[in-house]
Design a protein around this ligand. Structure first.
Ligand SMILES: *[C@@H]1O[C@H](CO)[C@@H](O)[C@H](O)[C@H]1NC(C)=O
Ligand SMILES: *[C@@H]1O[C@H](CO)[C@@H](O)[C@H](O)[C@H]1NC(C)=O
Ligand SMILES: *[C@@H]1O[C@H](CO)[C@@H](O)[C@H](O)[C@H]1NC(C)=O
Length: 189
């Protein structure tokens, strides 16, 4: 009896550890407060590759010397900057009716692994929410779940702040990726 209780405690501890270690930088010892609002949304990025001008939603606007604006640069794309205007959907289907646009940029900023720096806004305009949410942060792309800052908002997100957990939900070559964004606000108004 005592030993099965002990096993149970170990299992719970392992479970809690696996939850807390699922992001690149878990929150440390303090317990996270309960979010005052949570939204899960998807956005879809189709990178221009020279022959998909019709449906591309992002463009490489800067490249390091020797690279070009059609193909992401070698050496972990370091030095590329892409500007995007991506549809946001409630589910993971690119062809679902968009509920807004994800607009901003990502900068590949590490020379020895894949990371990006993100600065973008969600402009939402659907029955549930109207307003903008503004995101900033370092994105260690290869980590399964990465947290970036939600620095503010407007409209239905007036004076909101929080953290968004980003998961790469699909990745097809160098042309399409889909991100799942779990936005947790810890300050609402
Ligand atoms: C973009 O358009 C091309 C040609 O119209 C099509 O083959 C491709 O599947 C489209 N890509 C996406 C991600 O919809
Ligand atoms: C861009 O660079 C890639 C890789 O170096 C090369 O294959 C491609 O032809 C270049 N495209 C243009 C338009 O210069
Ligand atoms: C939101 O959508 C409505 C209805 O389609 C449209 O009239 C309005 O201009 C949109 N607002 C913004 C800020 O895009």
């Amino acid at each position: 009896m005592a030993s099965s209780a002990k096993n149970c405690i170990i299992l719970v501890a392992l479970f809690l550890f696996s939850i807390s270690s699922s992001s690149a930088f878990p929150m440390g010892k303090k317990q996270r407060p309960k979010p005052c609002k949570e939204l899960v949304l998807y956005f879809h990025d189709i990178i221009y590759n020279g022959n998909n001008a019709g449906n591309a939603t992002s463009a490489i606007v800067a490249a390091p010397h020797g690279a070009n604006l059609t193909i992401l640069a070698p050496q972990f794309h370091f030095g590329n900057i892409a500007v995007f205007d991506d549809p946001i959907t409630l589910d993971n289907n690119l062809h679902s009716k968009p509920v807004g646009r994800a607009q901003g940029l990502y900068i590949y900023d590490t020379k020895n692994t894949f990371t990006a720096w993100l600065g973008f806004s969600f402009s939402l305009n659907y029955t549930a929410y109207k307003g903008t949410i503004n995101f900033i942060g370092a994105d260690p792309i290869l980590v399964k779940a990465r947290d970036i800052s939600v620095v503010g908002g407007t409209g239905d997100f007036f004076m909101h702040r929080g953290v968004a957990t980003i998961v790469t939900d699909a990745f097809e070559g160098e042309v399409y990726f889909r991100l799942r964004v779990d936005i947790k606000f810890y300050e609402c108004w």
